[in-house]
Design a protein around this ligand. Sequence first.
Ligand SMILES: *Cc1c(COP(=O)(O)O)cnc(C)c1O
Length: 429
Amino acid sequence: MNNPELFARASDILPGGVDSPVRAFRSVGGTPFFTVRGAGAYLTDEEGRRYLDYVMSWGPLLFGHAPAEVLAAVREAAERGLTFGTPTAREAELAEEIALAAPHMEMVRLVNSGTEATMSAVRVARGFTGREKIVKFAGNYHGHSDGLLVRAGSGCMTGAVPDSLGVPQGYADCTLVAEYNDLAGVRALFRAHRGAIACIIVEPVAANMGVVPPAEGFLAGLRRICDEEGALLIFDEVITGFRVAYGGAAERFGVRPDLAAYGKIVGGGMPLAAYGGRRDVMSLVAPLGGVYQAGTLSGNPVATAAGLAMLRRIRREKAELYPVLEEKAAYLEGAFRAAGVPVGRVGSVLTPFFAERAPENHAQAAACDTRAFAVYFQKMLAAGIFVAPSQFEAMFVSSAHSGEDLARTAEAIEGAVAAAKCAAEGGRV
Ligand SMILES: *Cc1c(COP(=O)(O)O)cnc(C)c1O
C-alpha cells in the first residue's frame, strides 16, 4: 500500500488515522507518510522515499535514529525479559545518571510519559503545599492530563477555559493561566489567590508554541515569586532536559526548580519519563508518603536500558556534543534569517516564524501566518526534508545531521521561504 492508502485504512480504525494528533498533518494539509525505518538523520517511508528528518520523534533522538549503542543495550535487555514487576538495579542507575546532570533531582520517580511526569509533579506539589491551584502559561504544553489542558481565556485574571472537551470545569478552575514572559501577570495571580497556589509549572524554554526563549530574568523572577509565596517551582524539562544543556534549562539559565519533569531524550527513544526534585518534597511520594502514584511498566527494564545508554553517551560526549549542536542549529537559524524569517532558538531547538518578529508569548505566536507556514512545509517535504507539520512546533537538530545535510537544508529553506512569502502576498505558488 502507498501512503494515502495506508492513511485511509488507518483512518477507518484510528481517530484521524493517528495515535497523536499533530502526526496527521491537519494544519499543513495532505496526508502523512508512513515510516518503515529510521537511520541517523533519515527516515524511509513505505514508498521507499527518504526524508532528512528534523522532527526526530519530537525530541528524543539527540544522536539521530537507531544509534548503535542504544540499540545494543535494548537488544541485550530484551533478551532477559520485557518486564518483571520487581525492582531492577538499572532504575537507580538511571535515576543517579539524571541526578548527575541535574543535582536538584535529589529523588527521582520513573514513569512512562511526559504527561505522567508533569501530572505527578503537580500532584506532589499540591500534596506538599496543601494548596489546590496551579499557575501555568498560555501556550506551554505539559502533556494531556485534565488540569494542564487549559490556557487563558481572555486575560490572565478571567476564568480559565479548558482546551479540550471532557475536561471538567472544576479542573479548569484550579488552573490559573499567565502569559509567558510576563512576571507582572504571575504576581497578579498570586495577589488574587493569596495562599491558594501550590506551584508554577513552566516550560523553561517554551517549545510548544514554536520555540520561545525565556526573557532575561523571567525564570529567576518565577523562582523569587515562588519563594516569597511558599509555592513550588516546577520546570517541565521534557524537551529541554539533556537538550539545551547537559543539565537542561536549569543549568543553562542558572535557576534551580523545586521539582522537574523529564521525558523524550531521557528514555533514549523508549516510553520512559521521570519526575523528581527536592528530597523533602519527593519524600511525600508513595510508598514513602501520602501522594499516590504508580505504574505497571514504570522503570521498565528495556526502557531503562535505552535511557541509560543514551545518558551515558551524552555524559561522555557532552564537552563536544553541545557546542557542535549549537553550531549546527545556529547555521540553520542563519539560513532562515538570510531568507527574512525570524527564528526562536535555544541550543539545538529552533522554530522559524512566519511573522514580523519572533514571538515572546502565546498571543504573538498565535498571530503567525500559518498559511505561509503550510506552503513552506510542503516545499520542504517535496525537497525530501521533513520538518514538524505545524508552525507551533520545533525543529530538532541531532548529532547525526551532517554538514552536507545542513547545507542542503539551507538551500531548500531559501526556496521554500520564497514560495511561502509569495503565497502570503496572494501570488501563485
Ligand atoms: C512532549 C511534552 C510533554 C508530554 O510528553 P509525552 O511523553 O508526550 O506525554 C510534556 N511537556 C513538554 C514540554 C513536552 O514537550
